[in-house]
Design a protein around this ligand. Sequence first.
Ligand code: COA
Length: 260
Amino acid sequence: MAYQTLLTDVAERIATVTVNRPEKLNALNAQAKIELRECFASLKNDTAVDVVILTGAGEKAFVAGTDIGELRGLDSAAGREFAEGGQSVFDGIENLGKPVIAAVNGYALGGGCELALACHIRLASGNARFGQPEVNLGIIPGYGGTQRLARLIGRGRAMEMILTGVQIDAQEALTAGLVSRVFPLPELMSRARAMAALIVSVGQIGVRMALKAVNMTEEVPLSEGEKLEASLFGLCCGTRDFREGTTAFLEKRKPHFTNS
Ligand code: COA
């Protein structure tokens, strides 16, 4: 499907979605949010896609936030709706049911940082910068940032970023656990594709069950999470892929997974 604000490409079971408003540092306007919702809804059902990479166009920005021009006219009621709308788009990414890798290639500010937080794995280029600068605009993060950032990097560091609005660079983001790896910008996409290809090469039933289990970490207490883990583990054990994976290991050959 052709979009106005996104570029999409599918190759070797990996979809690449690029937010494409480089002249506005890929800031998310209403159209971009509508298109992200549609795009991820269609990727969810796309049997040709196992893994998604999300990035920004150009060499300067992943996404520099929500489009500030569209924020200005909001009153209290519209502001709440605005936040709920963005949250549901980002929840759709987190709950895609397939891994989403954020390849953060520059500024990830405000809604851009929150967009990366909604992905399952975050890789960054050396020039990436992360921040929740909403306090500078008299607001707070509204697309899940107060919740996901604190859960990912701890309340203290999240408070510091959200209360000061100060940006951190890629190395600081790595130390904080906000991203899992940093690469030179020219290597970022090939490294993201290599990681995606590794995920494509294993059994997708296991990948999706693991995603579901780890995604529940913050939703339920440990004892409930363990129950869920055991039941998903049991489901995996009923699959052909499980028999193939274990048999291939014992026969010292590569497994041939059929996702069944
Ligand atoms: N919303 C709307 N437009 C944005 C934007 C945003 N979040 N971020 C950048 N832009 C636009 C700029 O207005 C500018 O447009 P123009 O050329 O029509 O004037 C263009 O993108 C380039 O940005 P510019 O500010 O000139 O680049 P810079 O290199 O000087 O600064 C930033 C880069 C990221 C530091 C700066 O653009 C910025 O602070 N952006 C806002 C970040 C933010 O507060 N995000 C959270 C929003 S909730």
